[in-house]
Design a protein around this ligand. Structure first.
Ligand SMILES: NC(=O)C1=CN([C@@H]2O[C@H](COP(=O)(O)OP(=O)(O)OC[C@H]3O[C@@H](n4cnc5c(N)ncnc54)[C@H](OP(=O)(O)O)[C@@H]3O)[C@@H](O)[C@H]2O)C=CC1
Ligand SMILES: CC(=O)C(=O)[C@H]1CNc2nc(N)[nH]c(=O)c2N1
Length: 264
């Protein structure tokens, strides 16, 4: 299934789920499309962009090394996306993927440093809001342009996990933030997508640093049992959902999908 002519921005594209999503988008985009890879790792992005250009000569592949926890990082990402404006793309696809766990060695009662909490929320919540709103303004509503916003969510958005205070707060806030967007901008397709427990570096961090022993054991067992979800599989599923457009009809453009419940 082709995505048609798409302009796509992927945050957190240097590894893990964001890298898998970027590759899926590149494979499905029609010639003349444009893809912007964003993360802090300049050399990794440069190499991945070069690889995708060789694989997909008709695709404009761009990258921006930016710390999305900073005003400058968000601003430079929006500027880089604006430079991709050319022609009449059929789809704008904004993939809010970048995220972090925060200090999962701490419990709720250990968070007394306001600056630490603000820094976490700035990257995991505020930047997704400001980046998305800025991109939607940059690529404003136009006949023939379908604008799609994806928030990579988690079960942690609706279920508390011991020693994951910041992560649960961030995911819950993001889900609600994008549900408001879906209510306000009826023409924008909004998808909150929980990819399942993925075999990525974040997951390695989860099974090594989580303070809550029971939770950490759960992730260790999933790794040992081979039940972690392959990021490529989940990325394909997400793109299928986006292209299938089915989530729009079921719930006003907002749908929370947990990959683990939808592997069939
Ligand atoms: N792994 C899992 O089991 C699950 C993950 N998710 C969610 O999926 C998304 C991706 O997770 P996953 O791939 O596992 O995570 P990884 O930690 O493997 O990758 C995170 C990505 O975000 C980028 N990133 C981190 N900090 C910043 C920053 N300050 N500015 C810009 N980019 C940044 C990283 O690049 P760089 O370091 O180069 O900046 C990297 O590309 C996250 O939102 C996560 O919450 C949801 C459910 C399960
Ligand atoms: C990091 C993480 O491991 C997550 O965000 C996980 C935590 N557990 C979990 N379970 C699911 N059934 N689906 C998820 O998306 C998810 N996210």
């Amino acid at each position: 299934m082709s995505l048609g002519q798409v302009v796509c921005v992927v945050s957190g594209a240097s590894r893990g789920f964001g890298l898998s999503v970027s590759r899926q988008v590149a494979a499905r985009a029609a010639p003349g499309s444009a893809l912007l890879l964003v993360s802090r790792s300049e050399e990794t992005l440069r190499q991945e962009a070069e690889r995708l250009r060789e694989l997909f000569p008709g695709l404009g592949v761009h990258w921006t090394a930016a710390d999305l926890g900073t005003e400058d990082g968000v601003r430079r990402t929006v500027s880089a996306a604006a430079e991709m404006r050319s022609g009449e793309p059929e789809t704008l696809l904004i993939l809010n993927n970048a995220g972090s766990l925060g200090d999962i060695s701490k419990s709720f009662m250990d968070f007394m440093d306001l600056e630490e909490v603000n820094r976490y929320l700035s990257f995991n919540v505020s930047s997704a809001l400001c980046l998305t709103s800025s991109l939607l303004k940059t690529f404003s509503r136009r006949v023939g342009l379908q604008r799609v916003v994806v928030n990579v969510s988690s079960l942690a958005a609706i279920q508390p996990f011991k020693s994951w205070t910041l992560y649960c707060v961030g995911k819950a806030a993001r889900d609600m933030m994008f549900r408001v967007l879906a209510e306000e901008e009826a023409d924008v397709r909004v998808l909150n997508y929980a990819p399942g427990v993925l075999d990525t570096e974040m997951q390695q961090e989860a099974r090594t640093l989580t303070a809550d022993e029971e939770l950490r054991r759960t992730f260790i067992n999933m790794k040992n049992d081979g039940t972690l979800v392959d990021a490529e599989v989940s990325a394909r599923k997400m793109l299928d959902v986006i292209q299938g457009d089915t989530y729009i009809r079921t719930n006003r453009g907002h749908m929370w999908i947990s990959m683990t419940c939808n592997l069939s």
